[in-house]
Design a protein around this ligand. Structure first.
Ligand SMILES: *Cc1c(COP(=O)(O)O)cnc(C)c1O
Length: 482
């Protein structure tokens, strides 16, 4: 009997096709600047994504051609030098090659005694070293910052629950827990609180000051008030780099306060934790090394292709105690492939991809010092853009730019807030639709604004000049003055 398998029928044909794909991939990246950042898909392309499951085979070369035409031609655009929306990394070719090699090896990073598992642990330790946490810290590479935060918040919940919460559940907790973050907190924390069964109410939004960092005096009084009300303050979530404006909470003061109060100190460093490696700006995140747990995102400021986040937990035994399980089919052995601690004991996934390789290869290729310089460079680019905005009379900077996020408005004068919001939204959409630049918008302390997050190693000064010129051109044409 002949068994079927998934290997190529013709290895040489596969080799040729793989070379073509590689060549196209290199050109795709090399020529990214010549393409629009983003463009709308025609219906003819869109409809292709509604076809039924294929029953019969198609030649691979035809499939690759189709993917080139329908997928590669309509990217999100975040590897483009003029993509500055939300908060993403800009990827890199080495990381993409690493993802290919990782997939070819196909190892499952649930753990085991093999090289990829050792590398996974090594990358966690490299990231820990970059942030300055002690060597005893444990960690895990995860899908991204949302899961990395969930891990830190889970360890904090279990520490303060006052019962065996894994066994008995949150209903057995003697006192309701309270977590504290600024009102600029990322939405994933609410999701984490809901997922953990603590509920959104348990997440207290501490007002931010005019610099958008958490008001630590208010934090102090809220914690005292909650104690007197019979609640149990558990954890302060400090943000090192908020999504809205890049504000960094006062990590030293919060660390001090958490020590004094016996609270867990968690840092959401998805944006800014890695500023710790940037020579000109690392002072901004002083105190991060005092955290009980940190969430960070190599797919942001290390530009690893999606996905890779990292959770770090100072107390390794608390980390293990929160997640470890060894069912009868996953027992470590004395020798052989299972003779190693299982990495799935540090999080919520069982099977895990080989995320470490793309981080490891890029860090080896460039060295961590260069990544530090790139972070400084992005912060300098944001300062440059802010200066251009301040020089343009019709543009207004909403807040002083602290790191790499610039919040601004086209404001020709004499218009209400609602009119300005409509005008600026239209500018943002036209910049996207014309393929010039991708920005996003937000509302901070009740003010709507356009927002450029410059986490982009490809952005050049000319790109920032173009953004300003096109914003002014579109703005003026919309008010009938251009
Ligand atoms: C991006 C981000 C997150 C979420 O991280 P993902 O990698 O998207 O899951 C959380 N917090 C902050 C501050 C972020 O910028």
């Amino acid at each position: 009997m002949d068994y079927e398998n998934l290997d190529p029928q013709d290895w040489n044909a596969m080799r040729r096709l793989a070379h073509q794909v590689t060549d196209a991939a290199i050109e795709h990246t090399r020529d990214v600047r010549n393409r629009p950042v983003w463009r709308e898909m025609p219906d003819s392309i869109r409809i292709g994504f509604t076809s039924r499951v294929p029953e019969d085979p198609t030649p691979l070369s035809q499939i690759v051609a189709e993917v080139n035409d329908t997928v590669m031609a309509y990217p999100m655009g975040n590897i483009h030098p003029r993509f500055w929306a939300w908060y993403m990394g800009t990827s890199n070719v080495t990381g993409a090659l690493a993802d290919f090699m990782a997939a070819i090896q196909g190892s499952n990073l649930g753990g085991g005694n093999h090289a990829a598992a050792l590398m996974d642990g090594q990358v966690v330790q490299w990231l820990r070293e970059m942030i300055g946490l002690p060597e005893s810290t444990s960690g895990s590479l995860v899908s991204g910052g949302s899961v990395a935060n969930l891990i830190g918040l889970t360890v904090a919940r279990n520490r303060h629950a006052g019962c065996d919460v894994r066994e008995e559940g949150v209903a057995a907790m003697p006192k309701p827990l309270r977590y504290y973050g600024s009102d600029q907190l990322h939405s994933c924390h609410q999701q984490a609180m809901e997922t953990l069964g603590l509920g959104n109410h348990a997440l207290v939004r501490v007002p931010s000051k005019s610099d958008m960092s958490m008001d630590v005096d208010v934090l102090r009084s809220l914690v005292a008030q909650h104690r007197s009300e019979g609640l149990r303050p558990a954890c302060v979530i400090a943000t090192a780099g908020t999504v809205n404006t890049g504000a960094i909470d006062d990590l030293e003061s919060i660390a001090e306060f958490c020590e004094e109060q016996g609270l867990s100190f968690h840092v959401d460093g998805c944006i800014g934790a890695l500023i710790a490696i940037a020579p000109n700006n690392r002072w901004r995140v002083a105190g991060i090394e005092r955290a009980d747990s940190v969430a960070l995102d190599p797919h942001k400021w290390l530009h690893a292709p999606f996905e890779v986040g990292c959770a770090l937990v100072r107390d390794k035994s608390a980390h293990l105690k929160a997640f470890s399980l060894s069912p009868e089919y996953l027992k470590p052995a004395a020798r052989g492939l299972a003779a190693a601690p299982f990495l799935h004991d540090y999080g919520i996934q069982t099977s895990r991809g080989f995320r470490a390789l793309k981080v490891w290869m890029s860090l080896r290729e460039h060295g961590v010092k260069k990544f530090g310089r790139l972070i400084d460079q992005d912060i300098a680019k944001a300062a440059y853009l802010s200066a251009l905005i301040e020089q343009a009379t019709q543009l207004r900077l909403l807040f002083p730019t602290s790191i790499n996020i610039v919040c601004f408005l086209f404001d020709p004068g004499g218009r209400s807030k609602d009119e300005l919001k409509a005008l600026n939204t239209e500018i943002m959409l036209r910049l996207q639709e014309e393929g010039t630049a991708v920005l996003s918008d937000t509302t901070v302390h009740a003010s709507h604004c356009l927002r450029a997050a410059i986490n982009n190693h490809r952005t050049l000064p000319e790109d920032l000049h173009l953004l300003v010129a096109e914003t002014l051109r579109i703005g003026n044409s919309l008010i009938g003055d251009g």
